[in-house]
Design a protein around this ligand. Structure first.
Ligand SMILES: Nc1ncnc2c1ncn2[C@@H]1O[C@H](COP(=O)(O)OP(=O)(O)OP(=O)(O)O)[C@@H](O)[C@H]1O
Ligand SMILES: [Mg+2]
Length: 452
């Protein structure tokens, strides 16, 4: 008897500690036991129900009929106040005889609330993803790239051809040649164009921050980190394109991490434990000579080969000056403004160290400065005028210096020839005496119109 009571006490403890609500009736349909969770779910207190017929307290109860039929029932949906729950019911057998029945109630309100929250969060994520795509959209396409020069056209053809592939691309070119406009156009042309184009300038972000910018961090990864953690640019660019501008300036230790991401197709946030899969195409750009940098061990060779599946080299503007008139009128933006002939001559002669960006800025500057609808030489930025101003100002001095040099040369050549004679051998000796080649002596004789 003692051990029987002990056993029941023990069972009651177990039943109390179960997370589901439990109700037990005996073979007469009298409630023998409920646990605390049953009260939590249904609101029925022990003193209201224990020792009383279940159907009296809860007229709609199905448990007595389950007991009678001897067939268990599962997943019966119930709602009480604002609590929703699912009930499993089963008869209790002893020696093949039904001695009672048990109800097990699982609250689904909590799950329901969570799933509703999850649905709302998913909607928000969708909206945010749309916003991200809108913000991180490529502005330019190939039709925005102006220029008919064969050297540029060749790069365009190459770029269009590989745009649809998933190959990583390295774009080389001097400052302002259009590396970014090319990167955007490739993304726009690719199958990834519905997803973000995310540019990151490896040179302008301090190297201590670059890693967290690229990979993000988990909540509380380090002091001063944002409470909710941070999404990295890699994750932001998922399914799209990550444009790593000025990649030559990426610190070596970060190059190693980038290489791993490219090799594995996964990354881990700072302070994170989980490797996340990522599908990002890399377009990298630099005005540096990466081959030279790999030789000096300032750029990882293995990373170089990873990003250099395709290498596009954009020619500088000074090597495709034929494109200047078209570019200039493009940057005039179809405003009713003319360019004076002398200005066009200047633009064609100038060396353009800042390439197309410099030309674009110069035209925009001149449009703002010009008094009437015509851009004159005076309207050009000082940096472009200076080389030509000096040449004009010193025109007389240059000419007289030139004359002086020519006169000196003529005198020296004539004196030498007088000594050596004008035969071929004589000219050879004169050239040697003057320290110039025979060919350049003949050139000078012709140019200076020396009789010989
Ligand atoms: N072929 C082109 N046709 C029209 N606009 C161009 C062309 N190339 C460049 N541009 C314009 O010139 C400017 C500079 O181009 P972009 O930023 O792509 O150069 P970049 O090579 O990335 O320069 P940097 O090395 O300084 O970053 C941009 O405003 C771009 O729109
Ligand atoms: Mg750029």
């Amino acid at each position: 008897m003692q051990s029987e009571r002990k056993r029941i006490g023990w069972l009651e403890d177990i039943i109390e500690s179960v997370h589901d609500g439990i109700l037990v009736i005996d073979s007469s349909g009298i409630v023998q036991l409920i646990n605390e969770e049953y009260t939590n779910i249904t609101g029925v207190q022990k003193e209201q129900i224990i020792g009383r017929p279940l159907l009296q307290v809860r007229p709609g109860a199905l448990l007595p009929s389950v007991m009678k039929s001897g067939k268990p029932r599962e997943g019966v949906f119930r709602k009480e106040r604002d609590m929703e729950y699912v009930v499993d019911m089963a008869p209790i057998y002893e020696n093949n005889e039904i001695i009672g029945a048990v109800s097990i109630c699982k609250s689904i309100t909590e799950v329901y609330v969570l799933s509703k929250e999850l649905k709302q969060s998913k909607q928000r994520v969708n909206q945010l993803e749309k916003t991200v795509r809108r913000i991180h959209q490529a502005k330019y396409s190939f039709s925005d790239i102006i220029g008919k020069d064969p050297s540029l056209q060749k790069v365009m053809t190459q770029a269009k051809r590989i745009a649809h592939s998933d190959l990583n691309i390295l774009i080389n070119g001097e400052s302002g040649t259009g590396k970014e406009i090319f990167a955007q156009a490739i993304h726009q042309e690719s199958n990834r164009n519905a997803f973000p184009f995310v540019p990151v300038n490896c040179a302008s972000i301090p190297s201590s921050l670059l890693e967290s910018e690229l990979f993000g961090y988990e909540a509380g990864a380090f002091t001063n980190s944002k409470q909710d953690g941070k999404i990295g640019l890699f994750e932001l660019a998922d399914k799209g394109t990550l444009f790593l501008d000025e990649i030559g300036d990426m610190p070596l230790e970060l190059q190693a991490k980038l290489l791993r991401v490219l090799q594995e197709g996964t990354f881990r946030k700072i302070g994170g434990l989980i490797e996340q899969e990522i599908d990002v195409r890399i377009i990298a750009a630099t005005n540096k000579d990466l081959v030279n940098m790999t030789q000096k061990e300032r750029f990882r060779e293995d990373l170089f080969y990873r990003i250099n599946s395709v290498h596009l080299i954009i020619p500088p503007l000074r090597d495709r000056k034929d494109d200047i008139p078209e570019l200039a009128s493009f940057f005039l933006d179809s405003q009713n403004v003319q360019i004076e002939e002398k200005v066009m001559d200047t633009l064609l002669q100038y060396d353009w160290p800042g390439n197309i960006r410099e030309l674009k800025n110069a035209i925009h500057y001149a449009i703002n400065i010009a008094d009437y609808n015509t851009i004159t030489f005076d309207d050009l930025p000082q940096s472009i005028k200076i080389p030509f101003l000096q040449e004009n100002d010193n025109l007389n001095a240059v000419q007289s210096l030139d004359t002086l040099i020519q006169e000196t040369e003529r005198k020296a050549i004539m004196e030498a020839l007088q000594q050596t004679g004008v035969t071929v051998n004589g000219k050879k000796a004169a050239a040697a005496q003057l320290g110039i080649s025979l060919a350049s002596l003949y050139n000078k004789i012709a140019k200076l119109q020396i009789e010989s």
